[in-house]
Every structure is written in structure tokens, then in C-alpha cells.
Design a protein around this ligand. Structure first.
Ligand SMILES: NC(=O)c1ccc[n+]([C@@H]2O[C@H](COP(=O)([O-])OP(=O)(O)OC[C@H]3O[C@@H](n4cnc5c(N)ncnc54)[C@H](OP(=O)(O)O)[C@@H]3O)[C@@H](O)[C@H]2O)c1
Length: 321
């Protein structure tokens, strides 16, 4: 059993990781503006972007591992407010990595497929990043800042979907809400991703901790699909009418940030390292459905102490990243 400090524990990945990790490890969960409650878990609130705060929190909890999921993740907000994007995705990441290094804790940094330009797809860890929007730039500079502060850090690039504790909707939750209400919505046919279910990613991250890995790893789903195909497969899994989703080009959406077209990453390195096969989309979506049947989303949402106190209005634009 190890002691994990999970930052961004109130977010999509952090919340799911918290649920998985607490089965095997001692966990300290850090939130910022969405207070948490969960029996058997040490909960801490804080703003990691404030100088000195990471050192104080890390020093007090003294974890073996820090999994840094906290970030500014709304791609269009990052485009409109680059100062905040770089402050959170680069500077905050550096502060937490420095605190980890100083305390002797191992550091796992969560990054994104959006460090690539998406012109080719199937990117390996050896391919040169070339971000095309502020979010991607800030996340890439975050990776570099982390590796400067802690050369032994593990940097995991991903793309994920799943159930979230917060009222704001992940891509899967957004499609599902529209499908279930029969509300017509668009799925981008010219944006491809290889998303992994948040709990599958959480399991793999926990497995990776045991292997003492460092450097870059792509941990994604085993299948590359357009956002439109993702929505249609989700509809089929939940036996809903897929016609509600209309195939469209991202061009019609007038989004603030440009979107890389083919963001699929190759997961070959992690598959070889762990001797595993990354889960395919149907497999992941099947688990997403089972989780709902087991009331997993309600359990996740119950973690939020006052879910409406800082509620962000339901984001009806497709996909956070
Ligand atoms: N979601 C995706 O599809 C996707 C795709 C590719 C990569 N990623 C990467 O995966 C990681 C996790 O993403 P996610 O979707 O789980 O994010 P998320 O749901 O947007 O959650 C972000 C988390 O960061 C915390 N946070 C923000 N500012 C903070 C601050 N100043 N101090 C401390 N905590 C702060 C938030 O806390 P409060 O809510 O309590 O304020 C929240 O828990 C990120 O690194 C992201 O770039 C995500």
C-alpha cells in the first residue's frame, strides 16, 4: 500500500482515480473550488497555483506519489484567457513537480493528445509535438516545466471520457443527455480521438505506479474514432436512437480555439511495457453503461459536498478537450 496525493480530485479523471485508488492505497484528495467528502479519504482544499501552497500541502501529507490531474481543461476558455491557461497548465504544474521533487515523492503528470497538431494521427512518444491552440501550448510547456523540475517524472498523455462528479458534462455525458432527451446535437466528423474510459485509465495509472516508469507514455483507448462515431457508438451501447446526432464539421461550430483534426495517439509503448492491450471503444462504452446500472455516477456525485455552490452551467458545446 502506498500513499497517493491526487490533485484535481474533484475533476473527471481525479474523481475516478480517487474511487479506484482508495481500494488499494492511502489517498489524499485535493480539490480547489468543489469541496469533497469521502469516507476513509484525507480531503484537502487548496489553490496549487499560489506560490508556497504546493510545498505546504505536499510537506504536510508527505505522499509516496503525486498524480497531478489539476489543470485548466476548457479548450475555448484557454484560448480566450491564455494568462490563466499558462498559469495553471504550466506554472502550477511546475510548482507541484518542484514540491514533489523536494519531498522525495514520485510525480505523475497528466497531459493531453492536444500537444500534437493532428495533421497525421497515430502519434508515438517519439513524435515531435506541435500544438495549434493555447490549451495545447500551455500543456506542452507544462510537460517541459515538470521534467525540468523533476527529470524522473512520468508524463501521461491521454484523452478520456466517463462519469464526472461535477455538474459540467464530459463528452459522453453530453451526448447521452442529448440522446435521452431526443435533443438534436452535432457530432464532429472531422475530429478524431482515441478516448479511454476514465476508470480504465485510472486502473492503468495505478498499474504504472508499480512499474516505476518515467518519461512520456501515451495511455489512450485502443480505437481511433471521430467524435460523431463516438456519439453513434455510445447511442448503440445505450440502445438509444443515434439519429439525434447529426454529422457535422467542426467549422460550423465557430469555436474560439482551432481543433487539431486527428488526435489519435499510439499506445504501443504502454502496451509493450505492461504486456497489456488497451481497451477498445465498445469495451469501454460497455463498462460506462454497467457503471450507470450500478449507480456509479450517483456515488461519484455524492463526493461533492455542495454540488451547486460552484456549479458551472451545463456546457452544451461538444467535448472539453
Ligand atoms: N477530459 C479530457 O477529455 C482530457 C483530454 C486530454 C487530457 N486531459 C487532461 O487530463 C487531466 C484531467 O482532466 P479532467 O478532464 O479530469 O479535468 P477537469 O474535470 O476539468 O478537472 C480539473 C481539476 O483541476 C482542479 N483545479 C483547477 N484549478 C486548480 C487550482 N488552482 N488548484 C488546485 N486544483 C485546481 C479542479 O478543481 P475544482 O473543480 O475543485 O476547482 C478540478 O478538480 C488534465 O491534465 C487534462 O489536461 C483531459
Amino acid at each position: 500500500m502506498a500513499h497517493l496525493l491526487i490533485t484535481g480530485a474533484s475533476g473527471l479523471l481525479g474523481g475516478n482515480l480517487l474511487m479506484q485508488a482508495r481500494e488499494q492505497h492511502l489517498v489524499t484528495a485535493l480539490y480547489h473550488s468543489h469541496p469533497l467528502q469521502l469516507e476513509g479519504v484525507d480531503i484537502v482544499g487548496g489553490d496549487l497555483s499560489r506560490p508556497g501552497e504546493a510545498v505546504q500541502i505536499v510537506g504536510k501529507s508527505n505522499p509516496d506519489w503525486i498524480v497531478h490531474c489539476a489543470a485548466a481543461t476548457n479548450v475555448d476558455d484557454c484560448e480566450r484567457d491564455p494568462e490563466t491557461a499558462f498559469r495553471l497548465n504550466r506554472d502550477m504544474a511546475r510548482l507541484v513537480a518542484e514540491a514533489a521533487h523536494a519531498s522525495g515523492a514520485r510525480f505523475v503528470h497528466i497531459s493531453t493528445d492536444a500537444v500534437f497538431d493532428g495533421m497525421r494521427g497515430d502519434y508515438t512518444e517519439r513524435d515531435a509535438p506541435n500544438p495549434i491552440n493555447v490549451y495545447g501550448h500551455s500543456k506542452l510547456e507544462g510537460e517541459q516545466a515538470v521534467l525540468e523540475a523533476d527529470p524522473d517524472a512520468l508524463v501521461v498523455r491521454t484523452n478520456l471520457y466517463g462519469w464526472s462528479a461535477q455538474p459540467k458534462k464530459s463528452l459522453a455525458e453530453w451526448f447521452l443527455a442529448n440522446l435521452e432527451s431526443g435533443n438534436p446535437c452535432y457530432g464532429f466528423a472531422d475530429i478524431s480521438i482515441a478516448p479511454i474510459l476514465a476508470t480504465d485509465l485510472a486502473d492503468l495509472l495505478l498499474q504504472m505506479l508499480g512499474e516505476n516508469l518515467h518519461g512520456h507514455y501515451h495511455v489512450v483507448g485502443g480505437e481511433c474514432v471521430s467524435k460523431y462515431e463516438f456519439g453513434v457508438k455510445l447511442a448503440k451501447t445505450f440502445t438509444l436512437q443515434p439519429d439525434v446526432i447529426r454529422s457535422a464539421s467542426v467549422e460550423i461550430a465557430g469555436l474560439a480555439a482551432p481543433r487539431p483534426p486527428r488526435l489519435c495517439l499510439s499506445g504501443e509503448k504502454i502496451e509493450k511495457t505492461l504486456g497489456i492491450r488497451l481497451p477498445g471503444l465498445e469495451e469501454g462504452l460497455g463498462r460506462l453503461k454497467s457503471q450507470r446500472e450500478l449507480n456509479y455516477p450517483e456515488h461519484l456525485k455524492a463526493m461533492l459536498r455542495s454540488p451547486t455552490a460552484h456549479a458551472i452551467p451545463a456546457d452544451l458545446r461538444p467535448g472539453p478537450a
